[in-house]
Design a protein around this ligand. Sequence first.
Ligand SMILES: O=C(O)CCC(=O)C(=O)O
Ligand SMILES: [Fe+2]
Length: 314
Amino acid sequence: MSSETAVVRLPVIDFSKHELKPGSPEWDSVKLQVRQALEGYGCFQATLDQVLDLRKPVLGALEQLFDLPLQTKQLYVSDKPFRGYYGVASGVGQESMVIDDAKIVQNIQPGLTNTLWPQGNVSFSKSLVSFIELASVLEKKVRRMILEIFGVEKYADEFIDSTNYLLKVMKYEGSGTSEPSLRAHSDQNLTTILYPNKVDGLEIQNKDGEWMSVKLSPNSFIVMIGESLSVWLNGRLSPPYHRVVTKGNEVRYSIGLFAIARGGYQVKVPEELVDATNGLLFKPFDYEEFLRLHSTKVARGALLGFGLKSYCSV
Ligand SMILES: O=C(O)CCC(=O)C(=O)O
Ligand SMILES: [Fe+2]
């Protein structure tokens, strides 16, 4: 196998238009681009004017967090399978932290911030909250568009209101090798909004099984769909298989907002997506129950893959 990896610029879709309201011509034009990108790659880059302003504060916040002593980071303990601090064992040279229900500001400040800095850290919490706000608004727009694409928008409000947004922050030591720092996987959640800092390293597999390095535009987030959404859509879209390779020596930081279906919400294929040619592929499931069942693996690999589709296939 060749060690050279082709470089790909994922489809870039502009979300900065103010009039991006459901039903407007701009909305419909963006929706068409979202459809093409997701059918082709399962992911795309969304450009937003505000992303550039976030770069410095978010990078600063990530550096401050990961520079803390290990004992301090370990104070952010896990009482749920998807929350907590994961040391370097979670990947080769990868360190991460997952914050549950991050859309609730109190979970960031005081929650996370005052656990790490008992005296407070306003710039840290402000940076994270700004990212969460921008990314969650984008995620909701994209999910509504996807439901419209498949004619099931009547479920949009209920589906979106049942979302728990997990915030994941990551640090990768430059490995200097082509060994993945985060092993190949597809995300198990509904959708992921990723914001890697200036160091590239994300690779996705194309339909021919070849790995391609993603070249990021500086003013964009990556939007990816996960297995839960693919299941909800009765297999209509497929999540991208991806990994992180940090060949250089530079430290790479990245932050992501992972939309998961809230505990108690049944992820269930709408009846409109089942017919004579598209038989029902998946049984209803509760995502948090699935995570709990796999909690030992979750603790090791945070949100990585362990077969959601085999867990709920008919
Ligand atoms: O760091 C990245 O860019 C990707 C992280 C990722 O794929 C994950 O946490 O599931
Ligand atoms: Fe991922």
